[in-house]
Design a protein around this ligand. Structure first.
Ligand code: SF4
Ligand code: SF4
Length: 306
């Protein structure tokens, strides 16, 4: 029996995240406070006033891709399943739009007739507690470059979690990833794509969200091993491999700078799973130390020049 717990969320500083992310993040991260962000005024969106965005969609004129574990919880929540049919590109790792659908949305945006996300409503996002990484890390107003960099790092971290956790959960449910990849490339490749879940895709997504709820620290370790073995041969990995072994406290300031990277597209990110989270932790510590020495209000303006 699916549990309602998958619909719950938790608060981390100014962020409200699905509880499904919690098990994929190292517990030490929650000991750090996320700095507050200035209030944005979505009700009277400044970007709409400036004519950059349409009032009918605001910044939600996209079709975000949902990782399998979030899509399972969405399916459970949605009482109008036809609304989810717009996520027509479904495979065991995620649900999203096809390339053509994304292009059509981009063209509609440029023609100033945007198509709002199906969850966009008068009162904001109707799927707020289950929104995926691109929606979580999007903010239109940062107080300064340091906080902007922190959110870029959060973005890299969430993208990695979505990718690695989805792969892990699909494997746990018996999906052969090699066959799945073949199915993605083939017209009519659904039997290879879904394997024993062909015709039971809904059940598959739901099972992913249920498994994400009970993710353990041992499984977190397995995610780390899984990612390391997969990225070992990626270009750039060898530059980082030695640093991956070091504890944060052992890093020189030059190495710390190396980790203070902004958002890195997931397919180019050479960092290990826990390593990426350590980078985020370092970032949070750095912001906290500025906050401690200069005070919050100064931190909010010190880099903005105001
Ligand atoms: S988050 Fe989006 S809707 Fe809200 S103020 Fe910023 S651009 Fe406007
Ligand atoms: S899921 Fe929510 S936040 Fe994301 S684009 Fe849709 S309406 Fe906006």
């Amino acid at each position: 029996m699916p549990s309602d717990k998958a619909q719950e969320s938790f608060t981390w500083g100014p962020l409200q995240l699905s509880v499904l992310y919690r098990g994929f993040l190292e517990p030490a991260l929650f000991e750090r406070a996320f700095p507050p962000l200035p209030q944005v005024t979505c009700d009277s969106c400044p970007e709409v006033k400036k004519g950059r965005l349409a009032a009918s969609s605001k910044c939600c004129d996209v079709l975000p891709r949902f990782p399998n574990f979030l899509f399972g919880a969405l399916l459970e929540k949605e009482d109008k399943p036809e609304k989810l049919s717009v996520w027509s590109r479904r495979e065991p790792l995620s649900a999203g739009g096809t390339d053509e659908e994304h292009e059509a949305r981009l063209a509609a945006r440029q023609q100033k007739s945007p198509q709002p996300c199906p969850f966009f409503g008068k009162a904001g996002c109707k799927a707020y507690t289950l929104r995926p990484a691109p929606c979580i890390d999007y903010h239109c107003n940062y107080p300064n470059p340091l906080v902007r960099g922190l959110y870029a790092c959060l973005s890299s971290t969430l993208m990695m979690i979505e990718r690695e956790a989805s792969l892990y959960l699909a494997q746990q449910l018996g999906i052969d990833l090699t066959k799945m990849a073949q199915g993605m490339l083939k017209q009519g490749g659904e039997p290879l794509l879904w394997q024993k879940y062909l015709g039971k895709e809904r059940e598959f997504y739901r099972e992913c969200s249920q498994r994400a709820l009970s993710f353990s620290s041992d499984q977190l370790q397995e995610l780390e091993t899984q990612r390391s073995s997969r990225i070992m041969n990626r270009p750039g990995y060898s530059d980082y491999a030695e640093l991956h072994q070091k504890d944060s406290a052992e890093l020189s300031s030059q190495e710390q700078q190396l980790f203070m990277k902004g958002a890195v597209p997931e397919h180019l990110n050479p960092l290990g799973y826990m390593h990426q989270q350590r980078v985020l932790r370092n970032y949070l510590d750095k912001v906290e130390s500025y906050q401690g020495s200069w005070g919050l209000s100064k931190l909010m303006t010190i880099f903005s020049g105001s």
